[in-house]
Design a binder for this molecule. Structure first.
Ligand code: MN
Length: 695
C-alpha cells in the first residue's frame, strides 16, 4: 500500500502546484472514516481507495481527481456525509465523490435490470464530468486485481462479467487500452478459468521453444533493420493477451496452433513521416499479410486512437503484428483521455485528434482560473450527443436535439416508417419532442402508418431524413402512375379498335420506355402527349396526316415522256414511295413494277426504264395479306383499324382457312408506302390480327 507521503510526493512530482494540504487531509479523512473496516483480502479497507488513487497518479491526474479517488467510498460505506466533504474539500471534490457514489450504488442493485440501468447512469455521469468515470474505472480495476480474495464464486463471476460487459468497453471507448486489457485479462481468468490456463500454458511453451528470448530477439531485429535506414525507433514486443487470443480463437473457430499471430510489436518513432517510412521498410523486409493493414493515422478511430497496423510474415514463417506510431500517439493510446487530463509541464501538445479531444486540450490550455477550469470540466465529450434507451435497455447514441422519430429510425428503418407515437420515460409525448440524455424511448407503431412529410420539419438525423424523403418520393411516384393510368385508359377508349397485350409492348418500344409504369408516369407528367400515345399504340389512329383515301389515283412518274401509257403491275402493286422500274415492250404500255418484284425476272425481253414517282403523286393500291384469329369481332376489328388509319378496302379475298386462323388478301387504297407501313403496324398491334404483311 502506498504510504501517505509516497502518494503526495507522486502527485507533486508531476504537478508541483497540487494542493498538498488537501491531499494530506484526504488521506487522513479516508483512513479515519473507514476505520477498522476490512477488505476481503484482510487488508484495512482504506488501502483500497489509496491504491485507486495510486493508479490515477500513474495517469498524472489533477489533485481533485486524486482526492476524489481517496474519498470515493466514504459516503457510501462510512458515516461521512456530502456536507462534511464539501466543507473540508470544496464543492468540486464533493460533486465528484457524489458522482462516483451514485455509480457505486447502482452497482449494488438487483442483477436483473443491472446492465442497462448501469450503463445508462454511467453514460450520464460520464457526460457530466469525465473524471468521475476515470475514478470509477480505476476503482473497478483495483477491485479486479483483488477479486481473487472474494470467496463466493458466483459473486466473483458476476463482477467479472460486469467488468467484461461494461467497464472494459467503457475504458476502450475513452481510449484507455491499458485499463481495458488488464480488466479483460482478469475477468477472462475468472470467467473461463480452463481456457485461461490452457492458453497461458501454451504461451509459456512457446516462449521456451523460442529459446526464452524470442520476442526480444525479433524486436531487436526490427530495430536494427530500421536503424540501417536511419530511423531511430523504440521497438517493443509483447505476446498478445490471453483474452484477445481466446477471442480470436473463438471468432475464427480455430485452435491455438492454427493461430499464427500471437506476438505484436510496437515501433515508436519521432514523426508521422517516420511512421510511414517504417511501414515501408518493414514491408520491404518481410512480406505483408494481405488484408491486415489498417491506417488509423489518416483515419483515426472514433475515440481518437491513431497508429498504423500491419501484419507481416516474419522469418520462420511466423506472423507478427506490427503497430507503428509516434510518441504522442503512443501516450494517448495507452492512457486515452487521461493523457490529456494529465498535468504536465507546459502546454499539452497540440493535437489533431478527434474534435472533443482537441476541445479538451484547448480548455486545459486556456482556462485562466480554477473556477473557469471547473466550469469547463463539466464539459462533456458528448456535448453534441445524447444517449437514449429502448424499453429493453438497448442504448443508442443520437445527435443533440434528436426526436423520437430520429430515435426510431436509428433503431430500425421499419420502426421509423411505422411510428405513430412515442412515450418518453413512460409518458406520451409529441413526436417532435427533443430527447434528453438518458431518456427511455418507447416507439408506438402501426402497420398502417407511413412516414409523414411534416416529420421533415423536426427530424435531425440523416437516416430519418433520407428515409422520409425516399418514402415521399416513392409515394409521389405511385400517385403519378395512378394518374397516368387513368389518362391512359381514356386514351385507349378513344382508339378505334380494342388493344391487345402486344400493342402495349410495341408502344413501349416505340416510345423507348422500359415498362408500363414508366409510360404512365410519362403520360401523367406530360412527357408524352395523348396523340403520341395513340400513335404508339395504334399507328395511324390519331388521324393526324390521314387524308380521306384517294378516289382516283393521281400518279405521275418521272422518267416517262408525258402522255406515254403505263400500267402499275398487278403482281406487285407499286405505290408511291416504292422504288420502281419500268418494262417497255414494243406496242404495250409500260409496266411499272417495284424493284423487288419477282416477275422482273421474266422481263429480260423488255427495255428497262429507270423511273421515279412524281412529286405530286398520291395514292395507289397495295395488296397485303392478313391472318386473323377466327373469333367473333375479328373482322370488325380489322375493318376498324383500317378505317381509322384512312385506308380504303378495294378488294378482300379469303385465301386460306387454317383451323383458328383465317388468311385474307386485301387490296387497300393508300396514299403511299409510309401510309401503308403505318397501317400494317396498326394491324400488327391489334389482338385479332396474328400477322400482317405486304404481299
Ligand atoms: Mn471502491
Amino acid at each position: 500500500m502506498l504510504r501517505q507521503y509516497e502518494l503526495v510526493d507522486k502527485v507533486l512530482g508531476y504537478d508541483p502546484a497540487a494542493d498538498e494540504a488537501m491531499l494530506n487531509r484526504a488521506y487522513v479523512f479516508s483512513m479515519k472514516a473507514h476505520g477498522t473496516q476490512k477488505r476481503a483480502s484482510g487488508d484495512p479497507y482504506y488501502s483500497h481507495p489509496i491504491e485507486v488513487a495510486g493508479i490515477l497518479t500513474d495517469l498524472h491526474l489533477d489533485d481533485e481527481t486524486i482526492v476524489t479517488a481517496i474519498l470515493h467510498d466514504t459516503i457510501e460505506d462510512t458515516v461521512a456525509t456530502h456536507e462534511e466533504i464539501e466543507a473540508k474539500f470544496g464543492p468540486n471534490v464533493a460533486r465528484l465523490v457524489d458522482g462516483v457514489t451514485k455509480l457505486s450504488k447502482i452497482e449494488a442493485q438487483s442483477e436483473t435490470e443491472r446492465s442497462a440501468e448501469n450503463l445508462r447512469k454511467f453514460l450520464l455521469a460520464m457526460s457530466d464530468d469525465i473524471r468521475v468515470l476515470l475514478v470509477k474505472l480505476a476503482d473497478r480495476l483495483h477491485n479486479m486485481r483483488t477479486l481473487h480474495f472474494i470467496k463466493n464464486e458466483e459473486k466473483r463471476r458476476r463482477i467479472a462479467r460486469e467488468t467484461m460487459d461494461i467497464y472494459a468497453p467503457l475504458a476502450e471507448r475513452i481510449g484507455m487500452y491499458e485499463f481495458m486489457t488488464e480488466m479483460q485479462t482478469l475477468a477472462f481468468q475468472q470467467l473461463e478459468p480452463d481456457a485461461y490456463e490452457s492458453i497461458t500454458k501454451r504461451l509459456e511453451q512457446l516462449r521456451e521453444d523460442g529459446g526464452g528470448d524470442l520476442i526480444n530477439r525479433i524486436a531487436r531485429g526490427i530495430k536494427a533493420h530500421l536503424e540501417a535506414y536511419g530511423i531511430d525507433a523504440e521497438v517493443k514486443g509483447r505476446e498478445k493477451h490471453p483474452y484477445s487470443i481466446w477471442r480470436k480463437m473463438a471468432e475464427r473457430h480455430i485452435s491455438f496452433e492454427a493461430l499464427s499471430d500471437i506476438m505484436a510489436f510496437r515501433c515508436i518513432v519521432d514523426s508521422v513521416e517516420d511512421c510511414y517510412r517504417t511501414l515501408g521498410l518493414i514491408h520491404q523486409r518481410w512480406p505483408m499479410v494481405p488484408g491486415r493493414f489498417r491506417d488509423f493515422i489518416s483515419t483515426p478511430k472514433r475515440n481518437g486512437y491513431r497508429s498504423v497496423h500491419t501484419t507481416v510474415i516474419h522469418d520462420e514463417r511466423m506472423r507478427i503484428e506490427v503497430q507503428i506510431r509516434t510518441r504522442e500517439m503512443h501516450a494517448q493510446a495507452e492512457h486515452g483521455l487521461a493523457a490529456h487530463w494529465a498535468y504536465k509541464e507546459g502546454a499539452i501538445a497540440a493535437t489533431t485528434e478527434h474534435p472533443w479531444l482537441s476541445d479538451l486540450v484547448e480548455i486545459l490550455d486556456h482556462a485562466q482560473s480554477p473556477e473557469e477550469l471547473l466550469e469547463h470540466t463539466r464539459m462533456a465529450m458528448y456535448q453534441d450527443r445524447i444517449f437514449a434507451f429502448t424499453p429493453k435497455g438497448e442504448l443508442f447514441q443520437l445527435p443533440k436535439g434528436a426526436t423520437p422519430v430520429d430515435f426510431a429510425y436509428t433503431v430500425h428503418t421499419q420502426l421509423g416508417d411505422q411510428t405513430v407515437g412515442a412515450k418518453i420515460n413512460g409518458r406520451m409525448v409529441p413526436l417532435r419532442t427533443p430527447l434528453d440524455n438518458g431518456d427511455q424511448v418507447e416507439i408506438l407503431v402501426s402497420k398502417a402508418q407511413h412516414p409523414q412529410p411534416n416529420w421533415l420539419s423536426f427530424v435531425i438525423t440523416g437516416k430519418a431524413r433520407a428515409n422520409i424523403r425516399r418514402w415521399i418520393k416513392s409515394k409521389e411516384r405511385v400517385e403519378t402512375i395512378a394518374l397516368g393510368r387513368k389518362i391512359f385508359d381514356e386514351i385507349v377508349a378513344r382508339l378505334p379498335a380494342p388493344l391487345g397485350w402486344e400493342a402495349l409492348a410495341e408502344a413501349l418500344k416505340r416510345l423507348h420506355l422500359p415498362d408500363d409504369n414508366a409510360l404512365m408516369e410519362a403520360i401523367a407528367t406530360k412527357r408524352v402527349d395523348d396523340a403520341q400515345v395513340m400513335e404508339a399504340l395504334l399507328p395511324g389512329s390519331t388521324g393526324k396526316g390521314v387524308k380521306p383515301p384517294p378516289q382516283r389515283t393521281a400518279i405521275s412518274i418521272k422518267g416517262l415522256t408525258p402522255g406515254v401509257a403505263f400500267t402499275l403491275a398487278e403482281c406487285c402493286h407499286p405505290i408511291p414511295g416504292d422504288r420502281i422500274v419500268g418494262l417497255r415492250r414494243e406496242g404495250d404500255a409500260i409496266e411499272v413494277h417495284t424493284i423487288g418484284c419477282d416477275s422482273l425476272a421474266d422481263g429480260q425481253d423488255a427495255d428497262w426504264v429507270d423511273l421515279q414517282w412524281g412529286e405530286e403523286t398520291d395514292g395507289g393500291t397495295a395488296r397485303i395479306v392478313v391472318v386473323i384469329t377466327h373469333q367473333p369481332g375479328s373482322l370488325a376489328a380489322l375493318a376498324g383499324v383500317l378505317g381509322a388509319a384512312g385506308a380504303n378496302i378495294v378488294g378482300l379475298e379469303q385465301t386460306a382457312r387454317d383451323g383458328s386462323f383465317h388468311t385474307f388478301a386485301l387490296d387497300l387504297e393508300v396514299h403511299d408506302v409510309e401510309h401503308l407501313m403505318r397501317i400494317i403496324a396498326a394491324l400488327r398491334a391489334t389482338d385479332a390480327v396474328s400477322s400482317a404483311e405486304r404481299l
